[in-house]
Design a protein around this ligand. Structure first.
Ligand SMILES: [Zn+2]
Length: 463
């Protein structure tokens, strides 16, 4: 199956960062060629021609850190700080998930991602029902690294989420055998201990060994919040990233989400070891966590990707790139900080590198996977076009409203704003139904017509 995207303005993100009016030929799951449109080559006879003249084609965005398991919690966890957010809402809700509700959550998230220009993600699930997430990703067509969340200790954790260390490792091993490299390598496993306060030393070291023995990514949270790093210091008697480094959680195969509260030594360490940082602007703003110094980290040499993280209201991958750029300007009081091209690099190439797939995705180049997004920029918020820089338009003006087509592995997941791998109506209905059941199980009112907490205090989960 061949597809020719004819005459779009391609933001290639190749080594020269070329932006050109191009014909992009997709053959099977890969990009076969990116040629200047002016060459006017005849399309191969067996290719379907998709006329994208006047449109912008970008590599699909890569979410470097996410929790699709939390999409159903949208609007239930507002206006709380991290530890409160976890203990009071997110963990009890995660604990109440069944395979059905986890699948409904993943499907709802997949819908949002596909329609806002994301083609890949690095996801941390919850402690249970990870198969449901893999099954949804197999069916919806997104690419990514997925891994069950690992937790075996910590204050405020619902009993069902406090895993027996050996059982947690055994389940992780099973999931690796079942899902790593599924769907012709589109789905891969990442070993995902949640964060230092909820993992014993034995769990962290065994998880690290399991990841390294299997050549997998290690994915965890680090230094997101002041309360969290103080908690780690009281538990481990050293700074969070220094402890993670001592435990082997730095290096080119490690993705650390957030990295806001770092001292100079920790910044240098992340850069020297080539550790990947997943910057999550909306999440950091919503939980009032702080602003990660990602422009500085990137300048020092750390890898940086951008991620939507968890249930922090709507998820728009394009809006998140803009937000990342704006935050660095505010942090440094320098309007030139994290310019459009660098922000887009983080959202594409940086995320692909975090996945360990920089040779496979993240750019529009011959031989790369056909993971791309077509933007229709002829909208009130993204015009005029005359004389404007295309990359700046994409980063500072585009939102999910501009997404016209999304393709992963050479397959359209979204075409002319229609989902091809998801039943839109059914997905939304299931999300609503499963959310009501989930809230009831978590001891929250399950009235779908208006979400309200049961008079005052949350009841204890009854499972
Ligand atoms: Zn997270």
């Amino acid at each position: 199956m061949k597809t020719l995207f004819l005459g779009g303005m391609a933001v290639t993100m190749d080594k020269e960062r070329r932006v050109l009016c191009a014909d992009i030929l997709v053959d099977g799951d890969c990009i076969a060629s990116v040629r200047p449109h002016a060459e006017q080559l005849l399309p191969p006879e067996d290719a379907e021609v998709v006329d994208v003249r006047g449109k912008v084609v970008i590599p699909g965005l890569v979410q470097a850190h996410m929790h699709v398991t939390q999409a159903l919690f949208r609007g239930l966890c507002d206006d709380l700080a991290l530890m409160e957010w976890l203990r009071e809402r997110t963990w009890p809700l995660e604990a109440a998930h069944t395979a059905e509700s986890n699948a409904a959550s993943a499907r709802l998230a997949a819908m949002e991602l596909i329609r806002s220009g994301t083609t890949s993600l690095i996801d941390m699930g919850t402690t249970q029902h990870e198969d449901a997430i893999f099954e949804v990703m197999a069916e919806t067509g997104l690419r990514g690294l997925f891994g069950k969340c690992m937790m075996d200790e910590g204050e405020g954790l619902p009993a069902v989420m406090k895993e027996d260390t050996d059982a947690c490792l055994k389940e992780t091993e099973r999931l690796i055998r079942r899902w790593h490299m599924a769907e012709h390598g589109r789905l891969r496993y990442a070993v995902a201990p949640r964060f230092v306060p909820s993992c014993s030393q034995r769990l962290l070291s065994s998880a690290r060994d399991m990841a390294r023995q299997n050549g997998l990514r290690l994915h965890t949270h680090a230094s997101e919040n002041l309360g969290e790093i103080r908690l780690v210091e009281s538990l481990c008697h050293e700074r969070n990233v220094l402890y993670l480094h001592r435990m082997g959680y730095t290096g080119r195969d490690v993705v650390l989400a957030h990295c806001i509260w770092l001292d100079e030594e920790e910044k240098r360490l992340l850069a020297e070891t080539g550790t990947h940082v997943a910057h999550c602007p909306s999440s950091n703003l919503k939980l009032a966590s702080g602003i990660a110094p990602v422009a500085e980290l990137a300048a020092l040499g750390a890898g940086v990707g951008i991620g939507l993280d968890g249930a922090h209201n709507h998820m728009d991958g394009l809006e998140e790139v803009r937000r990342a750029s704006l935050l660095q300007k505010a942090l440094t009081h320098d309007p030139k900080a994290l310019p459009a091209m660098q922000a887009l690099e983080m959202a594409t190439l940086g995320g692909a590198a975090a996945m360990g797939q920089e040779e496979e995705t993240g750019s529009l180049e011959e031989g790369r996977k056909a993971d791309l997004v077509v933007l229709d920029m002829d909208m009130p918020h993204s015009l005029p076009a005359c004389g404007r820089d295309i990359v700046q338009r994409v980063v500072y003006q585009a939102t999910r409203e501009n997404v016209l087509h999304t393709m992963v592995d050479g397959k359209f997941l979204y075409r002319d704003r229609v989902f091809l791998t998801l039943d839109e109506k059914k997905t939304l209905q299931e999300a609503e139904e499963q959310c009501a059941l989930l809230m009831r199980r978590a001891g929250l009112c399950g009235d779908v017509s208006g979400i309200a907490e049961k008079n005052g205090k949350r009841a204890e989960p009854d499972f």
